[in-house]
Ligand binder design. Structure first.
Ligand SMILES: Nc1ncnc2c1ncn2[C@@H]1O[C@H](COP(=O)(O)OP(=O)(O)OP(=O)(O)O)[C@@H](O)[C@H]1O
Length: 312
């Protein structure tokens, strides 16, 4: 079993009348990349602030590396690097100078860590260029570099992809993946768009209105969103045989509710219907199903996509 880095039990945060987080039970395991997904106001930042000690819970408990006492938690937090909200950068300074300010503020003695970290995030060659001339992707990477100054084991990033263009998203994605792969760093990243964290995170935690609505690994998410023809019939065994023998495919799966998911012939549903009908199989349902990631997320939280109802 993987080591647990963060564990919360019934973690709750109230702001006067607003319940920002309600009874959050979560476990973050070592070595994984977690995508923390929720719409604006869902409670993501509040959760990350509680973990990093920027705010205190109203009730519930939080443990880091198994430690939960106030003093011990503060000690363990030294093992965390975080970027919560936009990093405060000095635009008229270089990347190196910005890092130096942070290093001194945080009392990190080793000066060499700056060059090493800038290299790591791909900003080693920015020399005398001022931060105001950086692209958004470069600024985000500099923000991440600042979070990495203390060589953390657990990296927490709040919306690091927000506002980035596709090239910037790829830059940040590659960086996070390599930090995870090369250094075994555990990473928790928040976003309001599931699609953005797809291909970066290996686990997804969906949050809505202060509550966790789902925790799902990437492969299961793919499985659920994969487009397929859903075949419903009482004669499941015979239908599967017909698919194999007459359509020459074994690219299907029998689901627990006895629906057959066929991943072939998506452009020729009529052929599937005809073949099953020729074999005298009574088909009670035949439709193309499968969500886009965003539809899936909106379906989970009961929202809509541009006024369209989410698919079930
Ligand atoms: N300091 C605060 N005082 C009062 N209410 C707050 C405070 N911080 C957050 N809230 C409220 O708590 C809820 C959760 O906010 P939070 O910022 O954690 O959401 P979020 O998922 O991070 O969204 P966003 O991406 O918009 O920041 C919201 O209703 C927000 O208005």
């Amino acid at each position: 079993m993987s080591a647990v880095i963060l564990e919360t039990r019934s973690l709750t945060k109230m702001y006067r009348q607003t319940t920002a987080l309600e009874h959050i039970d979560l476990q973050i395991e070592k070595g994984k990349i977690y995508g923390f997904i929720g719409q604006n106001g869902a409670g993501k930042t509040t959760f990350l602030r509680l973990v990093t000690g920027l705010a205190f819970p109203t009730s519930g408990t939080l443990a880091l590396w198994g430690k939960s006492g106030m003093k011990e938690l503060q000690e363990q937090r030294k093992r965390i690097g975080c970027m919560i909200e936009t990093p405060a950068l000095f635009p008229t300074m270089t990347a190196y100078q910005n890092m130096e300010v942070q290093r001194i503020q945080r009392g990190i003695p080793d000066k060499q860590v700056i060059e090493k970290t800038l290299e790591l995030v791909g900003l080693g060659d920015t020399g005398r260029k001022n931060v105001r001339n950086f692209s958004l992707g470069m600024r985000q990477r500099l923000g991440i570099a600042i979070a990495l100054l203390n060589t953390p084991e657990f990296l927490i990033l709040d919306e690091p992809i927000n506002g980035l263009d596709p090239a910037g998203i790829v830059e940040v994605r590659n960086l996070l993946k390599s930090l995870n792969k090369e250094y075994g760093m555990t990473i928790l990243i928040s976003s309001h768009i599931l699609e953005e964290l797809y291909q970066t995170a290996s686990e997804f935690i969906l949050i809505d209105k202060g509550r966790i609505i789902e925790e799902i690994p990437e492969h299961e998410l793919n499985e659920r969103c994969k487009r397929h023809i859903a075949v419903k019939t009482a004669d499941v065994q015979k239908a599967m045989l017909v698919l194999e023998e007459r359509l020459h495919t074994d690219n299907f799966k029998l689901m627990p509710d006895d629906t057959i998911r066929l991943y072939d012939y998506l452009n020729d549903v009529e052929k599937v219907a005809a073949v099953l009908s020729d074999a005298h199989i009574l088909v009670t349902g035949l439709s193309i199903s499968g969500d886009t990631l965003e539809d899936y997320f909106l379906g989970k939280i009961g929202g809509t996509n541009n006024g369209k109802s989410p698919k079930s």
